[in-house]
Design a protein around this ligand. Sequence first.
Ligand code: ADP
Ligand code: MG
Length: 334
Amino acid sequence: EDVVNKIAAGEIIVAPVHALKELIENAVDAGSTSLEILVKDGGLKLLQITDNGCGIHKDDMKILCERHTTSKLKAFEDLTAIGTYGFRGEALASISHIAHLTVTTKTADSSCAWKAQYAGGKLTAAKPGQSAEPKACAGRPGTQITVEDLFYNVPSRRRAFRSASEEYSKIADQVGRYAVHCTGVAFSCKKHGEAGVGIAVPATASVRDRIRIVHNSSIANELIDVLVTNNQYGFKAEGLVSNANYSGKRTSLLLFINHRSVESTSIKRAIEQTYAPFLPKGGKPFIYLSLEIDPARVDVNVHPTKREVNFLNEDEIIELICDEIRTGLGKVDT
Ligand code: ADP
Ligand code: MG
């Protein structure tokens, strides 16, 4: 049973960045306006995320890491939203099977914060002989999730990591994506024990400011707005994309579907083809694109990691977006 859980967890979380992505999404879902992320050894030693969201009720802490525990279904009566938004109640459960997990949380109506440790889906004592029940402690409203020693009990997975800095750059990339997309939310991300801040975005920054902060000014100065709405295919696409003056070494595609960071090879290819006639040979664009699609049209039966997403009328929707980009590129005089 436990082996099955461990294997399932290892399928959802292959690298530290996958655990962190789930934790970022939870913090954003909790209505947070501030996310602070701390990383040690590329996330293998420590991944910590502190938010100022709604917190978790003490009574819910017991079942928090049981598989399929989610508080998010009532808000989305359309059950197809489960797959699309990843509300499957599996992230914390998975993490508790392959790492040491500590949760400290306070709701607005609680007079104190509560702290608990988890292992294998259940509350566990911090030290042998102690109670596993949540302990009262001081704390501000919101939640702090601490993930330590990821894959400590999956040696084969642990051995697969070549370098902490490689894992950290994947983490910084993913944090950067959410930091660009989530307006109204402040983000910070840094390596434990280092003075410099990796990423620091204030809550008030616009998307353009966020791109300027996370990426660089040479990109931010060369962006054009994209907006497509379409009733026939039930979608809205909004974004900022580089113009013909910008030419990068490789394509940067910051893609969100229904506010989840995802990947789509077909969108990437189509966009690269759209830019090709406008850029010097080998030049690549920067794309930030947020697509909102009727959840019923998004394929929920993709791989559990939700990294590649498929949706209905993909070709038509991509064509409409690329048409809009082409029009925008044509307007820029070079
Ligand atoms: P899901 O996000 O699919 O519901 P998770 O395992 O990611 O499943 O989280 C389980 C539940 O724990 C969530 O539904 C939510 O109620 C609660 N939760 C997790 N993280 C936070 C957070 N940062 N703030 C408030 N509640 C949280
Ligand atoms: Mg979640």
